[in-house]
Ligand binder design. Sequence first.
Ligand code: FES
Length: 108
Amino acid sequence: MPRVIFLKDGKSPQEVEGRIGESILALAWRLDLGIDGDCEGAMACSTCHVILKDRDFDRLYPPSEEEDSLLDLVPGACATSRLGCQIILTADDDGITLQLPKTTQSLL
Ligand code: FES
């Protein structure tokens, strides 16, 4: 099971066990880790925005054009931003580290 580390400003890092085939959004919901996901993974809201470490961003499969287009609209997005609903965990993702933004804003 891939370990996933969630970083949130002002809080200790939280290391949890994800399931292969599970999205970061589903993991966050299962363990109540503070990601909203207003559109439930339909790639419409951006409230599942997460920021990856460079090494993790580079090792993941790249975002789709649709995801990239939505990320262009996300306040506070950066070069290593992704949508948590679009990251599906694999065995290779053990140790993936995700920074949760201070705030998210629904684009719905
Ligand atoms: S849950 Fe809405 S874009 Fe990911």
